[in-house]
Design a protein around this ligand. Structure first.
Ligand code: ATP
Ligand code: MG
Length: 268
C-alpha cells in the first residue's frame, strides 16, 4: 500500500531498522540480525520541540540518525516537506541535509583536533556549497560565536583548548550557521555538569525563540526532556510505548515503563 505523503515538516512512517550482527563466511549474507527499531512513526512541525526519551539501547540515536538522513531504514520511510528522502535528487537531498542539523553528546570527538574553531564552525558552509568567500565565512563565524555567547578570540583556538561547555557552544554554532529548520540534539547536554547543562539548555531555548527552528531532543533523562519539549515520545526496546504532551507524559504517565523513567528522574 502506498504511503500517504505527510503534511508535517519531517515525519517517519513505520520505520524499522535491523543491524546485521553476523554474516556467513565467504558468501557474506546476513546470518544474524538485531532489530533496533520496529515500526516507529514520528513527526515534527516547524518550531516544535519533540523529546525522545528512553534508556540506553532503546533505539533513540538510531531513530534520530534515520530521521536526519545519516542512516537508512530497513523498512518504512522518511518524508521531509512531503518528499520521501529516498526519492530526492542530489540537490533536494543537499537542501534536506542543510535543514536538518545534528548536535551530539561528545562535541570534541566530532571535531578535528587540528582544525581551528573558525574552520570547524565554517566547514558546513563549504561542504554544503553555500559560501566559499573567506571573508564572508569569517564574519559569519564571528556572528555565530556571539550568538552562542563565546568570545571571538575563540575562533583561533583548537578544540583541545576549550572546556566541554565551550565545545558544545561551538557545536551549536556549527549547526546554526547554515540556518537549519530542525536540529537533532542527541544527548547534547549529557556529558556536561549540571550548571553547564542548564546554561546550554537555556541557550538552545533562546536560539529557538530567535530563529524558530524545531528541535528533536534525544535524552535518557526525562527531566531534561520535560524541560525542553512540547511533546515527548517514550521509547523502549525499539518501539514507542507512550507519546503525548510533555505535561501528560511527565505528570501523568500511563505506561509502566514511563512511570519507572519518571520515578528514576526524581531519584537522580
Ligand atoms: N551499527 C550497529 N550494529 C549493530 N547493532 C547496533 C548498531 N548500532 C546500534 N546498534 C544496537 O541498536 C540498539 C539501539 O542503539 P541506539 O544507539 O539507537 O540506542 P540509544 O537509545 O541511542 O542508546 P544510548 O542511550 O546508549 O545512546 C542497541 O542495542 C545497539 O546495540
Ligand atoms: Mg544514543
Amino acid at each position: 500500500m502506498a504511503v500517504q505523503p505527510c503534511r508535517h515538516l519531517l515525519c517517519g512512517h513505520d520505520i524499522s531498522k535491523a543491524f546485521v550482527v553476523e554474516r556467513w563466511p565467504i558468501i557474506g549474507k546476513p546470518r544474524k540480525q538485531f532489530t533496533a527499531l520496529e515500526k516507529v512513526s514520528f513527526h515534527i512541525d516547524e518550531g516544535e520541540t519533540v523529546g525522545i526519551v528512553g534508556e540506553s539501547g532503546s533505539g533513540k540515536s538510531t531513530l534520530g540518525e534515520i530521521l536526519g538522513g545519516l542512516r537508512t531504514c530497513t523498512e518504512g520511510s522518511v518524508h521531509y516537506k512531503a518528499v520521501n528522502i529516498r526519492d530526492m535528487n542530489r540537490n533536494q537531498f543537499r537542501v534536506f541535509r542543510r535543514n536538518v542539523q545534528f548536535i551530539f553528546q561528545d562535541p570534541k570527538g566530532s571535531m578535528h583536533p587540528y582544525f581551528r574553531i573558525r574552520d570547524i564552525i565554517g566547514e558546513p558552509l563549504k561542504t554544503l556549497k553555500l559560501c566559499s568567500d573567506r571573508e564572508e565565512i569569517s564574519s559569519l563565524v564571528e556572528e555565530m560565536l556571539a550568538q552562542v555567547g563565546l568570545d571571538k578570540d575563540i575562533a583561533d583556538k583548537y578544540p583541545g583548548q576549550l572546556s566541554g561547555g565551550q565545545c558544545q557552544r561551538v557545536a551549536i554554532a556549527r549547526a546554526l550557521i547554515v540556518n537549519p529548520q530542525i536540529i537533532i540534539c542527541d544527548e547534547a547536554v549529557s556529558a556536561l555538569d549540571v550548571s553547564v547543562q542548564a546554561q546550554i539548555l537555556n541557550l538552545l531555548k533562546d536560539l529557538q525563540r530567535k530563529h524558530r527552528m524545531a528541535y528533536i531532543f534525544i535524552s535518557h533523562d526525562i527531566g531534561v526532556v520535560n524541560y525542553m519539549a512540547d511533546r515527548i515520545v517514550v521509547m523502549n526496546r525499539g518501539s514507542i510505548v507512550e507519546t503525548g504532551t510533555a505535561e501528560q507524559v511527565f505528570i501523568t504517565p500511563t505506561h509502566p515503563y514511563t512511570k519507572k523513567l519518571v520515578a528514576s528522574s526524581f531519584v537522580n
